[in-house]
Design a protein around this ligand. Structure first.
Ligand code: DQA
Length: 160
């Protein structure tokens, strides 16, 4: 467990993810976004002694861009877990916002589904170019694996 520093992690979710549990359940599962948030909180408690998870969901591209920009300006977030939904496939505005972080805040992009085994247009991942890495295809566990990825990155940072 990382006892070094309190961590604040922003969990961003894009369009249609507020419908989880009701939306194409054969692809995205029956858990709601609140269920996933609960699972993330308890997994984070097993990784860090004092981590705070901040959740933000929006169906509006500009609101996601603005929320990432606030991280650049306020410097109060240690890591971002981000499911940009369909914006992953074409949003240059979100990619530019992620690039504005300048690599100072690790970003783990997540997808519940394996976007590479679906329609061709989902194989094109634009926002991923601004992320530290991407986890796709493990359902709600993609979000928990993203917490593990951040724990790994934070550990490397403290060992530098
Ligand atoms: C998704 C995959 C996207 O292609 C899709 O538009 C979504 C959800 C996922 O979590 O698997 O909205 O990001």
């Amino acid at each position: 467990m990382d006892m070094e520093k309190n961590r604040t992690i922003l969990v961003l979710n894009g369009p249609n993810l507020q419908l989880l549990g009701k939306r194409e359940v054969s692809i995205y599962g029956v858990e709601t976004l609140d269920d996933i948030a609960d699972k993330m909180r308890s997994h984070a408690a097993s990784l860090w002694s004092d981590a705070e998870l901040v959740f933000f969901q929006s169906c509006v591209e500009g609101e996601l861009v603005k929320r990432i920009g606030d991280v650049v300006l306020e410097r109060n977030i240690d890591g971002i877990i981000f499911n940009p939904g369909a914006y992953s496939h074409y949003s240059i505005a979100i990619l530019d916002a992620l690039k504005a972080l300048g690599g100072k805040v690790p970003v783990i992009e997540v997808h519940l589904s394996n976007v590479h085994s679906r329609e061709d247009f989902r194989k094109n991942l634009v926002t991923t170019q601004g992320a530290s890495g991407v986890i796709a295809g493990f359902g709600s566990n993609s979000y928990l694996l993203a917490l593990d990825a951040l724990a790994h990155i934070f550990k490397k940072q403290t060992n530098l």
